[in-house]
Design a protein around this ligand. Structure first.
Ligand code: AMP
Length: 271
């Protein structure tokens, strides 16, 4: 595995290849990231993984500082996976130039997480736009765990006519149902149990409201979730996962989107 910290040296190396399959991450690698990397490795191109904790997508400085980082473990995992290239840029390498393309921010960015994390998606698209310009990947692998992010990146790529294809990857879960997340490392055993109970609650709720949407009683659901150990709910809404229209009545193709807190740990999921 070749490691790069400088985009110019990276670009020189990439120019010798047929193309790149790109997996952007913020490190703290887990089985979710690994499944993206394994899918990327099945493509006919060399796999490039980036690790960059992007300060611009954190709406609180304290959250950026306390975001779980595990550089040594990450390196070991990537070497074991026989990843071709690892890009660990500095802030200046990413933000020290003016990108050719302007960020396109679809109006869906003000919904869900956009309502509660001001500037978050502007920050995500800013960094992705720069990565796409530096790497010009054939494929970019993104997880459905962050479905709103995936949708907004797809919209940006389409609008700006960028020639990278988004590969949507399914959410990887623990045996207890909880979606893998770097932030899970902050959960203690009891909090993990709470997260698991919430997953099963929402999983069953989805089954019920598929048959009878009248059972979607938000006040009751919020009360139930609080009783299960949720400290705060940012949102709980149902969206069609193809067009991101909000579901208001019986539907077959939708997910329940949630952002909630257990103590001060914020978790998101879509089920
Ligand atoms: P992050 O390091 O959290 O920015 O995530 C990097 C990529 O991994 C994003 O495309 C995420 O959607 C994806 N990802 C994170 N968690 C999971 C998961 N549990 N299953 C599948 N993909 C995931």
């Amino acid at each position: 595995m070749k490691i790069f910290k400088d985009k110019h040296i990276l670009q020189r190396e990439i120019s010798k290849t047929k193309g790149i399959s790109f997996v952007p991450t913020m490190g703290g690698l887990h089985k979710g990231h690994i499944s993206l990397i394994k899918q990327s490795k099945k493509s006919k191109f060399k796999t490039l993984v980036s690790i960059f904790v992007n300060p611009k997508q954190f709406n609180k400085k304290s959250d950026y500082r306390s975001y779980p980082r595990s550089p040594k473990k990450d390196l070991k995992k990537l070497k074991n996976l026989k990843v071709d290239y690892l890009y660990i840029p500095t802030f200046k390498d990413i933000y020290g130039f003016k990108p050719k393309e302007k960020v396109f921010l679809d109006k869906f960015s003000i919904k869900l997480c956009g309502r509660f994390r001001r500037g978050h998606f502007e920050g995500v698209l800013n960094v992705i736009n720069r990565f796409l310009e530096i790497i010009k990947p054939k494929y970019i692998f993104l997880g459905k765990k962050d479905y709103q992010q995936l949708y907004l990146i797809k919209k940006h790529i389409k609008k700006r006519k960028i020639k990278s294809k988004v590969i949507e990857c399914k959410t990887i879960r623990e045996n207890n149902g909880v979606a893998l997340s770097t932030r899970n490392s902050s959960l203690d055993e009891n909090q993990m149990k709470i997260a698991s109970n919430i997953y099963y609650y929402l999983h069953n709720l989805k089954k019920k409201i598929k048959n009878d949407y009248n059972l979607f009683n938000l006040n009751k659901i919020k009360k139930d979730l609080k009783n299960l150990g949720v400290s705060k709910i940012d949102y709980l809404e149902n969206y069609n996962t193809k067009n991101f229209k909000k579901i208001k009545k019986q539907s077959k193709k939708f997910n329940i989107f949630i952002a909630y807190y257990i103590k001060n740990i914020r978790l998101i999921d879509n089920i």
